[in-house]
Design a protein around this ligand. Structure first.
Ligand code: V47
Ligand code: SF4
Length: 385
């Protein structure tokens, strides 16, 4: 049965049917529609709509890439309530600070392996400044020119540029010249000023985050966007967050992927806040896919959400499950994600995607397809290949 016939025969409210008609005829939904979807949409209703859009954009393909993370430090001048990872500058006994040569050694340890991207993100350390990172990027590119460098959240950048007394445009220009290829989507959290003042009062504001991404896009640096959900925000805050991103994307077209990040509550100042259910995770992926009609990709970040939910999300609007992260990120393990050593070989990623009935496609950071895996029978390549 076609999705619109399916909805026509279901017992959903007239308001939801109108939204379904918009979606099936390729029209944009409004802010109020977004709220209604969160408030009234059942998981099955949202799944049908989100899957329709997902398959219209990408058919059966699900993208992944081969990347590794460098987290230069977990020492941070800020104090976000949800963060389990950071250590303050004064209290940094169990913090880490990698030197430039340690980070270059990490890059070298992937020599000969077909990774296409390094993702660099960490705490905001007062002594790791713009000059330090320009030098690091240059050395990475000198060693491996083709490795795509996706680095620094807008929060790290805002602090780096302020300390160096350069404008956003100048700072991004310097980093681009040193080898920066794209920006990750972190630091966005929830844009609403009131929620932000409660969960991450002292770091880059929503308008600073948006300005940095807007300027990056103008300079030809693409980026991603995240949303930290499932803590103290309400549905209106989530729709407002996506609305600000949708507007910026209309102007610049520079975003590749939207990545909803589920709040995890272990060992942080918000441990009393209960985590949301897997049903809410899937509903949230679906509303994101429906609302952000101008975002090419919706990503489920499996080290945070877990492998099972990541697999299920592929029927709820998600078309990308990030990369083969070789146990190189600590952010989620420290915040209570089930998988304390998030490692998946290419073969396991391919299996996960196939098991969900989708066709795996390895991509580079900019979503150029490197290889599609044609049939279920085709043997997946061995780990690390
Ligand atoms: O901004 C921190 C989040 C983000 C917690 O662009 C938490 O491809 C949940 O942005 N529970 C950093 N989330 C990571 C990030 C990212 C990850 C994967 C891919 C990409 C990409 C970007 O991690 C932070 C914050 O929102 N975070 N603590 C926590 N307790
Ligand atoms: Fe620092 Fe980022 Fe943690 Fe906030 S989320 S305390 S900015 S490392």
């Amino acid at each position: 049965m076609l999705p619109n016939t399916l909805i026509a025969h279901s017992s959903v409210s007239p308001g939801l049917k109108t939204i379904a008609e918009k979606v099936f005829s390729g029209k944009r939904i409004s802010y109020d529609d977004g709220i209604r979807l969160y408030e009234e949409g059942t998981i099955s209703f949202l799944g049908v709509l989100a899957n329709f859009i997902r398959e219209k954009k990408h058919g059966n393909l699900t993208f992944f890439n081969r990347n590794f993370h460098i987290e230069p430090t977990n020492v941070c001048v800020f104090s976000c309530g949800f963060c389990s990872y950071s250590r303050t500058y004064k209290n940094r006994e169990d913090g880490w600070e990698l030197s430039e040569s340690q980070m270059i050694d990490m890059v070298k340890s992937y020599d000969g392996q077909p990774v296409t991207e390094v993702h660099i993100v960490g705490g905001v350390h007062p002594r790791m400044d713009l000059a330090f990172f320009c030098s690091l990027l240059r050395k990475i590119k000198t060693h491996r020119k083709a490795l795509h460098i996706k680095a620094f959240t807008a929060v790290e950048l805002e602090y780096m540029f302020r300390k160096a007394k350069v404008s956003v445009r100048e700072g991004l220009g310097m980093l681009k010249e040193s080898g920066l290829d794209s920006l990750p989507g972190g630091g966005a959290e929830i844009f609403d000023e009131e929620v932000r003042s409660k969960i991450c009062a002292d770091k880059a504001t929503a308008s600073q985050w948006l300005e940095i991404h807007s300027t990056a896009h103008q300079l030809g640096i693409p980026s991603n966007a995240t949303m930290l959900y499932g803590h103290t925000e309400n549905f209106a805050h989530r729709v407002d967050h996506m609305d600000r991103l949708r507007k910026l994307q209309d102007e610049t077209g520079g975003f590749n992927a939207f990545i909803p990040l589920k709040f995890r509550n272990k060992d942080n100042d918000m441990s009393d806040v209960k985590e949301v259910t897997m049903i809410e995770d899937l509903r949230n992926y679906a509303v994101s896919r429906i609302y952000l009609d101008n975002f090419p990709h919706i990503k489920a970040y499996w080290p945070m959400i877990g492998k099972s939910t990541a697999g299920a999300s592929l029927s709820f609007g998600v078309d990308d499950i990030d990369g083969t992260i070789d146990d190189t990120t600590k952010i989620y393990a420290m915040a209570g994600a089930e998988d304390q050593h998030p490692r998946m070989s290419t073969a396991q990623l391919v299996d996960l995607i196939r098991h969900a009935g989708r066709k795996p496609a390895e991509r580079d950071t900019l979503y150029n397809t490197i290889r599609e895996y044609e049939t279920m029978e085709e043997p997946a390549p061995a780990s690390g290949q």
